[in-house]
Design a protein around this ligand. Sequence first.
Ligand code: PLP
Length: 338
Amino acid sequence: MPIDLRSDTVTRPTPAMLDAMMHARVGDDVFGEDPSINELEKMAAGLFGMEAALYCPTGTMSNQIAIKCHTQPGDEVICEKSSHVYIYEGGGIAFHSGSQVRALEGDRGRITAQQVCQSVNPDDVHRARTSLVSLENTCNRGGGSCYDLQAIREIRQVSTDHQLKLHLDGARLFNALVATGQSAADFGRLFDSISVCLNKGMGCPIGSILMGPASFIRQGRRVRKVFGGGMRQAGFMAAAGIYALEHHIDRLAEDHAHARRIGAAIEKKDFVRSVMPVETNIVIVEVDPTLTAKTLAAELREKNILAIAISPSQVRFVTHLDITPAMVEETVAVIEQL
Ligand SMILES: *Cc1c(COP(=O)(O)O)cnc(C)c1O
């Protein structure tokens, strides 16, 4: 079996998670009758101090439901130019919401209140109506970088001043919480909506949770149905989510330590131009112009290590639940011999 560091989405349920799934109580969730989904939604909303939550099959669907609920066709959404909602969701903002994007150049995926302030369109018939700011934390293409809470508070203030909604794509928010010691409730207070993924570091086969005010989640439930995401006895999957919230948050620190170890090893190689600061479970390596990212990924693959070329010059490693300390040591040994 190769050591699969391509993504934290490749995990398989642990025996204990599978056991929780096998024993799930289920019902028809479109009727609101799946006890496991109801419990998971209540649990997540409670954790973030938000009024309500909606279980969705994917993070992409959670984000797109949020954007649909926060915008009208012809609106403009402010986000960073490497945001998942913008570059990795199939043009969903245009497709589902008929909105356009104002893409800002951030610092490893993070934008500032000043940038947001300068990007809000004036109230003028020529201009699209700016209605939403969407942040990402951790930032995937920023190498798993984390926002400071103060920076988010400032963006919250600008958003409020301009009557903009503020959404968080928190696909890896639990990684940020564990890495920084910030609390879920701090985030719940600052955003109009938050999506979190259960299928990444949390180790579930599928699933994402969208959170926000009760009225927003009521509207989101309707949009989820329209998008084809009204599931029936999905409590078997929600049970994995409950298990993950109970057992898989604190252990993310292990993944972060593993990522730092891999980052430190590869940084020493002469074919590496730079490594983005490793803050969580993602390591993004910029290779020297003499080499391409594809070549490095192919060389690693020959030695049983899977990483991914995310651009012509960047290779990404992601640590996760299925990566053991022994696998990290083997990866480091391979890197040292390249
Ligand atoms: C993975 C990811 C998502 C959602 O992905 P799905 O595969 O649809 O669950 C959203 N945002 C970011 C930053 C991600 O990395």
